[in-house]
Write a protein that binds this ligand. Sequence first.
Ligand code: WTA
Length: 653
Amino acid sequence: MSQSETAGLYPPTAEQAARAHADKETYDAMYAASIADPDAFWGEHGKRVDWIKPYSKVKNTSFAPGSIDIKWYEDGTLNVAANCVDRHLKDRGNQTAIIWEPDEASDEAQHITYQQLHAHVCKFANVLKEMGVSKGDRVVIYMPMIPQAAYAMLACARIGAIHSIVFAGFSPDALGARVNACGAKVVITSDGAPRGGRVTNLKDNVNQALRDDFNEVKCLVVKRTGQQIAWRDGLDFWLHEMEENVSNDCPPEEVAAEDPLFVLYTSGSTGQPKGVVHSTGGYLVYAAMTHQYTFDYHDGDIFWCTADVGWVTGHSYIVYGPLANGATTVMFEGVPTYPDAGRFWAVCEKHKVNQFYTAPTAIRALMGQGNSFVEKYDLSDIKVLGTVGEPINPEAWNWYNDVVGKGRAPIVDTWWQTETGGHLLTPLPGATATKPGSATLPFFGIQPVILEPTTGAELTDTAAEGVLCIKDSWPGQMRTVWGDHDRFEKTYFADYKNYYFTGDGCRRDEDGYYWITGRVDDVINVSGHRMGTAEVESALVAHSKVAESAVVGYPHEIKGQGIYAYVTLMNGVEPSDELRKELETWVRSEIGPIAKPDLIQWAPGLPKTRSGKIMRRILRKIAEDDFGSLGDTSTLADPSVVEDLIENRMNRG
Ligand code: WTA
């Protein structure tokens, strides 16, 4: 091990720097230019996208209280599908655009060329038109990880419709709420979704979600499993049947840069999930540019992001970023541990993956299965390894680096959010010396600041710790909350005036490197999935036997954070293991399996202030098994409840 490695610093090798789009010098120069003159910088880099009508204005943004307004390339027009498909036909029509790897390892993978992708997207788009979808309409996509999910996204983009993907693991109720919230005309789904050898009955879920009050919402069904499904006559359509009657030709719609490309619902600290709205022009520029630089993507590389298209990572780094760059992108239907814990590495070997991007939770889970699952496979094509979704602990980082990357592949720990559209803090493989656990330095155009949490003062010393905010806009930034611009302003710009507030805590070290310390609001991060504690609480209290509940996160070895629920039962209801199971099943059916509490503690009372506010700080400490430092409990209405909660805590080693 070299000296710098023992010091925890991993600089790129000379060879990595030489082959990269940016070495350190280039990064420094480009970063400085992007901050000194954002108009010039983004004016230049906006050209990576083909515009129908070129923009004359680049940046027009305001974080000023009362007038939050974000516009990039506002007078330009373009079409995202034309950028992700059509423009590649001339030079790479026969190159594979999508490699699809099915759930069953024994089933054959599919290679879809750009030419074939074009035909699929055009037909799909014509089917949507046939069903009455036009520019500005919303379409919900509730799909397994099959190529048709990407076709559906691009088909919407082609006709200027706005898609809203709902992760296929969400329950019918959660799906219905999102269909309703964005006013979708059509839901696209499949009969079933195979995953890890089991099948989720997606069409049944759609039927349940749309059972009342949705008599107008049509459903387009992709045949994946061939299983029996219930049909809503007059409202349901098979994709393959509809495609028989439409043409291959579908000219791309001219769309304004600021028109929404998609809405994606994500959890916040309060209330219902919010619809994050992303733009067409700025988003595409940012997704494409980050994909190229962060992963050091070069023509001919095979890129694999293991996320689901139901999350923002799948939007930006399975579909839009890679395809805008003419890449070959891998789409995987299954899970990392099926048929065994070697699946990721088997797929990397089989498709000669060059850049591999996954979540720390998967790395930790696979690390726990031992090295033999990795060592069986030839991973010598891997040039860059990425992580996203939550802080990566140094142990997992080191395993990823040593066992998967054999010390040859730089790790890019990318920090970003649904709201940011693409990476904001990340190393670049040929430029940045990495430190295990740090998302390192800002991407071009990003000005991170650390604020003192209570005063909001900007901490200007290099070494600092506080809340992470961003000082100025970037093209991939979300534009608004669907239907509620006020909520956009309140959530992201009200606590700290003139800054975008990320909701994350952060430390900056003496080298200026950023270390995310986790959410400072009531959002928890379970297996890299973002979950609002309020959502789980409202699901629990919707159960007839539950009087009250408070949900917090606690450290979980594999998931990063686990869900810890304190539950107060209705008078006269006795706690039991059966009831615990019943509540777990209940939350699964209300929200989805990802929201199932890991630990449920029966709480005769919750710690509240005299004004009735639940003291979550105390509940977090107890859940973390760190009740020695509860702080001041004297302001509680009934301090004795704390004793009981500690006595009966669940998380004992
Ligand atoms: C967390 C996922 C540490 C963070 C793209 C953020 C991370 C939230 C990292 C957004 C990382 C994401 N290191 N924490 N590299 N990446 N996070 O919206 O708390 O699902 O605010 O977007 O995940 O989650 P979201």
